[in-house]
Design a protein around this ligand. Structure first.
Ligand SMILES: Cc1cc2nc3c(=O)[nH]c(=O)nc-3n(C[C@H](O)[C@H](O)[C@H](O)COP(=O)(O)OP(=O)(O)OC[C@H]3O[C@@H](n4cnc5c(N)ncnc54)[C@H](O)[C@@H]3O)c2cc1C
Length: 382
């Protein structure tokens, strides 16, 4: 077994950390309070290859794997979960769906600009009535000559208002249930395709979460992504990879909250001592560090498996996502507790980690759904 990162992976971690601390950290609270999508850092993310981490260089990507991708998401989230989420939805949902299931023409047309960061991607599966039960999709796509006519609405689409390209799932043959849902590629500016309500959120406020609305939207036939009827089934594979990124996102935020709590424990004095001298606080820090280390092992095990072309990693990515997100919520909670009243105040970073991290137990399948996925794998059920 090999537990160490290569020199290149360590260098990547250092450069993403330096970028996040230098160019994201000073703006984190301002972006959070204004719910400002940080368009200004997208060119720099692109320049660093972070908008095409997973894709071969011939498609404009950095030609790296899930280990490097997880490192990047972890380091961005250590400073700002929102930026990590923007990058995750762009890479492992939208762009990866096109990379894995697109034709060569679709890859040249859509993936290359996405991977180079010339366009921003979104991925729309969830609907108001189809969340955990995404097979209950109601949006329809009806063939009309050389086009598909799309009608319906998606909810909670990350990057929804800023996306140039959106991969959306729609029912093309209702009677075939989950084998009757197809994926289509939508482009900004298509008639009948528009973002709807921007959500006002508890956390991850600098990431954009919006409705996406289709009203008699005409989508060219060549924008069908993958086989007709296989969009939902393919989405499950896309979510296997996406869950690694949510796990890495949770890990990064847990790490950030832990570091803030450790710093505070060494400075804050009560009863004539730093609070880090109290065993109650030491035990909290020890538990937090141990949970983070265990989550890191699960995240990088899943990432390592995802990088082996012949490996299945549904169970491992769900386990990583379930465990990392649940411990991250606990770690952020303890980080606030260690700060006492100051943990409740926006001048200290733990307040924001506490709000942001909750998303990780919900997005890309709630913790309850991860348990169903894991149990299905254990019991050999389809
Ligand atoms: C900030 C944010 C960003 C998001 N980004 C995207 C995105 O980019 N693209 C996208 O498609 N979606 C996105 N989502 C949607 C997200 O994936 C869904 O919110 C999530 O899958 C849960 O669906 P739901 O909200 O409808 O909850 P529901 O499915 O209504 O669940 C409510 C509760 O019931 C539980 N539950 C449901 N079914 C079961 C069951 N069978 N057994 C046990 N418990 C169950 C759930 O675990 C949960 O606790 C985003 C959501 C948020 C909040």
């Amino acid at each position: 077994m090999e537990f160490s990162f290569t020199d290149e992976q360590q260098q990547l971690r250092r450069s993403v950390r330096e970028f996040a601390e230098g160019e994201i950290a000073p703006h984190v609270m301002e972006w959070d309070e204004a719910s400002h999508f940080p368009v200004e850092i997208m060119p720099k993310l692109a320049e660093m290859g972070l908008l095409g981490v997973l894709f071969p260089e011939k498609y404009g990507g950095a030609g790296l794997g899930y280990i490097e991708y997880s490192i990047a998401i972890e380091e961005l989230a250590r400073v700002d979960g929102s930026v990590g989420l923007i990058v995750a939805a762009h890479n492992s949902l939208c762009s990866n769906h096109i990379y894995k299931f697109g034709t060569e023409t679709q890859k040249q047309k859509f993936l290359v600009p996405l991977a180079r960061g010339k366009s921003i991607g979104a991925w729309s599966l969830t609907e108001p009535e189809a969340g955990s039960d995404a097979g209950g999709t109601r949006t329809t796509a009806v063939r009309n000559g050389s086009h598909w006519i799309l009608n319906g609405a998606k909810t909670f689409t990350t990057n929804g208002r800023y996306a140039d390209v959106c991969v959306a799932m729609a029912v093309t043959k209702r009677e075939k249930a989950s084998h009757g849902i197809s994926a289509l590629i939508l482009e900004k500016g298509m008639a009948g395709f528009r973002p709807g309500k921007k959500e006002n959120k508890l956390g991850m406020r600098a990431s954009d979460t919006s409705e996406v609305i289709f009203s008699d939207c005409r989508v060219p036939g060549e924008n069908l992504l993958g086989q007709e009827g296989e969009g939902f089934i393919n989405s499950l594979q896309i979510l296997d990879g996406g869950r690694i990124s949510i796990a890495a996102l949770a890990l990064g935020m847990a790490q950030g909250a832990f570091e803030a709590a450790t710093r505070y424990a060494k400075q804050r004095k009560q009863f004539g001592k730093t609070i880090g001298e109290f065993q109650a606080i030491q035990f909290k820090l020890a538990d937090m560090a141990t949970q983070i280390e265990a989550a890191r092992l699960l995240v990088y095990q899943a990432a390592w498996l995802a990088d082996r072309k012949d490996a299945r990693f549904t169970r491992e990515s769900s386990m990583a996502k379930l465990f990392a997100s649940e411990i991250a919520v606990r770690v952020a909670n303890e980080a606030v507790q260690i700060h006492g009243g100051y943990g409740f105040i926006k001048d200290y970073p733990v307040e924001k980690y506490y709000r942001d991290v909750k998303l990780c137990t919900i997005g890309e399948g709630t913790s309850e759904i991860q348990k169903l996925v894991i149990a299905r794998q254990l019991l050999g059920k389809k």
